[in-house]
Ligand binder design. Structure first.
Ligand code: GRF
Length: 217
């Protein structure tokens, strides 16, 4: 089976990164994590990666002439490690065309709401403020529209009367940790297609990620 190379981008805690590390380690996800990149030096996720013997590095978003320059620096780091799929695991920067064009339909984001409801920040608080009874998680392909790319997978959780933003976030997060490795596995190892905004799970085989020759060939 094709063992895809992941580049995981983080900004903080890294619990979704941990879910990917664990899924690879226990064989649920046929992939390898080639590199973890944080835009913040103090991101807890960098330590999680290093503990798992995964290369981890900080590429700060500060000090670049433009957002495009920062994106190009990310592309260089990811291409240098021959990354097949980029996973945004709590990466708090909006990606521009330099990244999106370098990895077309090859960037996956996880968002703590049932998109298109509650895009952007504080999705769980937005859900409480709107009084919805069902919240959840969305894993989607990244396009130029923030939180608007084709939806790969969604999972719902109930909103309880007793919920605070902390308890709702924790319930969603538990679902995130199952959903993200599952979605990554689908993208790497299944046939799929994109038709407009729709991700079609049983698409044509030619949309599956191409296998790469082993390093050095
Ligand atoms: C998660 O809720 C994810 O959905 C959102 O940012 C948070 C990151 O958490 N995009 P962690 O760093 O993976 O623990």
């Amino acid at each position: 089976m094709f063992t895809g190379r992941l580049g995981v981008l983080i900004s903080g805690r890294g619990s979704n990164l941990q879910a990917l590390i664990d899924a690879v380690a226990d064989g649920r996800l046929a992939a390898s994590i080639a590199v973890v990149i944080s835009n913040r030096e103090d991101a807890e996720g960098l330590e999680r990666a290093r503990r798992a013997q995964i290369e981890a590095t900080c590429v700060s978003h500060r000090g670049w002439h433009s957002r495009d320059d920062y994106d190009r620096a990310l592309v260089r780091e990811l291409e240098r490690r021959r990354v097949d799929l980029v996973c945004l695991a709590g990466f708090m920067r909006v990606l521009g065309p330099a990244m999106i064009d370098a990895f077309p339909k090859r960037i996956l984001n996880i968002h703590p709401s049932l998109l298109p409801a509650f895009p952007g920040r504080n999705a769980q608080q937005q859900a409480l403020d709107c009084g919805v009874k069902i919240a959840g998680v969305t894993v989607h392909l990244v396009t130029s529209e923030v939180d608007g790319g084709p939806i790969v997978l969604q999972r719902a959780v109930p909103v309880l009367d007793s919920d605070t933003v902390e308890t709702l976030s924790a319930r969603i997060l538990a679902e995130e940790h199952r959903a993200f490795p599952e979605a990554v596995g689908m993208l790497l190892n299944e046939a799929w297609a994109v038709d407009g905004r729709r991700f079609l799970r049983h698409g044509r085989v030619d949309e599956a990620l191409p296998s790469r020759p082993p390093a050095g060939n």
